[in-house]
Design a binder for this molecule. Structure first.
Ligand SMILES: Nc1ncnc2c1ncn2[C@@H]1O[C@H](COP(=O)(O)OP(=O)(O)O)[C@@H](O)[C@H]1O
Ligand SMILES: [Mg+2]
Length: 363
């Protein structure tokens, strides 16, 4: 496909010559003044512009100064017929032009300059996309650090939970006090969870945790039996099925953290659903252990599915941190495993983890 090129010159004879020389190689747009050229650029994103220097109203270099501000990636080539070294050198020094070419130009030379200009343009575009990404990940890292500090501070002030639970246990005869205590307990619990999530987010990067052979069935059972103490999870709606009992090399606390994150997300998804359930299944597929956490909750629309792994992406407003799944994914990868999901809006979501299975002899 031919690439777009804009040629600017007030002398129509020159325009004809230029078009004839290059129309086989490029799609040539033409303009007879700087103003007209700028108008064309508003309609078409053209990567390379060639201009005569001497034009009434606006010189080539003056026009390029404007273009450079508006479209920094456009490569600008100036054609100069008379010796104007000072102006030209200034223009090059100020980065106004990519190249200047003496008139009369010869086709092969100008052609090679044009080819290089297109390459320079494409490189500039790629570069700035990379720079944007770098800036973004830098910002995310800073945000992560600030959030971690904040979480640490908050964590220090969350020691009130047992106190509130004590009040709750001992004010059974006062319904008002009881419901206030429950409210406090719930929001304290939520804060504690969020602080944990943020802390583990900033820890995953640094920690190289100890791994040992683990019977997964035990890991799952232990975690699920803890759930009855976690009042944010309806443990009566969580069902465990152990089809196989694989052993993996892993860190128990980390694996339980992953499971807990997934179960909590599932529990959130079935909120308000009378027949809502969360199924935790342990199975195996060849050399891999499979852990599945399935719910029949709200599911996710495609635009949510596309973003779930992004740190800080949440649809839960103040209740979410958007870090849970990012932590899960990184922890699973640190276990040489993979995590994927399938979700159908209104009908539910299945998260599936695969971990390399230890042969029974090594276990
Ligand atoms: N089981 C699930 N069912 C429906 N949506 C889910 C489920 N798990 C995760 N999500 C979606 O993914 C988002 C990100 O999850 P996560 O990283 O754990 O952060 P958080 O739970 O703090 O929002 C959630 O806000 C939710 O929109
Ligand atoms: Mg979560």
């Amino acid at each position: 496909m031919k690439r777009d090129l804009l040629y600017v010159d007030d002398e129509s004879d020159n325009v004809v010559v230029f078009e004839a020389a290059f129309e086989d190689d490029f799609r040539v747009f033409t303009a007879s003044s700087g103003r007209e050229a700028l108008e064309i650029l508003e309609q078409h994103p053209i990567p390379v512009v060639v201009s005569d220097q001497r034009m009434p109203e606006m010189t080539g270099v003056e026009m390029f100064a404007i273009m450079r501000r508006r479209y920094p990636h456009i490569q600008r080539i100036i054609l100069t017929g008379y010796t104007d070294p000072d102006g030209m050198i200034d223009a090059v020094n100020q980065g106004q032009v990519f190249h200047f070419v003496k008139k009369p130009w010869e086709r092969p030379f100008l052609h090679s300059v044009l080819i290089r200009a297109f390459q320079a343009h494409d490189l500039a575009v790629t570069n700035s996309a990379l720079t944007d990404q770098l800036i973004l990940s830098d910002r995310l890292a800073l945000l992560g650090q600030a959030t971690a500090r904040l979480a640490h501070e908050m964590g220090n002030h969350l020691c009130l939970l047992p106190l509130v639970e004590y009040v709750e246990d001992n004010c059974g005869n006062n319904p008002d006090l009881l419901s206030l205590a429950r409210l406090s307990r719930e929001s304290l619990q939520r804060l504690t969870d969020m602080v944990h999530e943020v802390k583990s987010f900033s820890h995953v990067q640094q920690q190289d945790f100890v791994k040992q052979p683990l019977p997964l069935a035990e890991v799952v059972h232990e975690l699920v039996s803890f759930l009855r103490f976690d009042k944010t999870v309806p443990f009566r709606q969580v069902f465990v099925e152990i089809k196989v009992e694989p052993t993996v090399l892993g860190n128990k606390v980390k694996l339980q953290q992953i499971l807990l994150n997934l179960i909590k997300n599932a529990a959130h998804a079935i909120r308000g659903k009378i027949d809502g359930r969360v199924d935790v299944t342990l199975a195996a597929d060849g050399s891999e252990a499979l852990i599945r956490v399935a719910d029949n909750g709200c599911g996710m629309p495609p635009e949510v599915q596309a973003r779930v792994w992004e740190p800080f992406f949440t649809t839960k407003g103040e209740e979410g941190t958007g870090l849970g799944l990012d932590v899960c994914r990184r922890l699973i990868e640190a276990h040489a495993g993979r995590i994927t999901f399938e979700s159908t809006p209104q009908s539910g979501t299945v998260f599936e983890m695969r971990l390399p299975r230890l042969a029974p002899a090594n276990a």
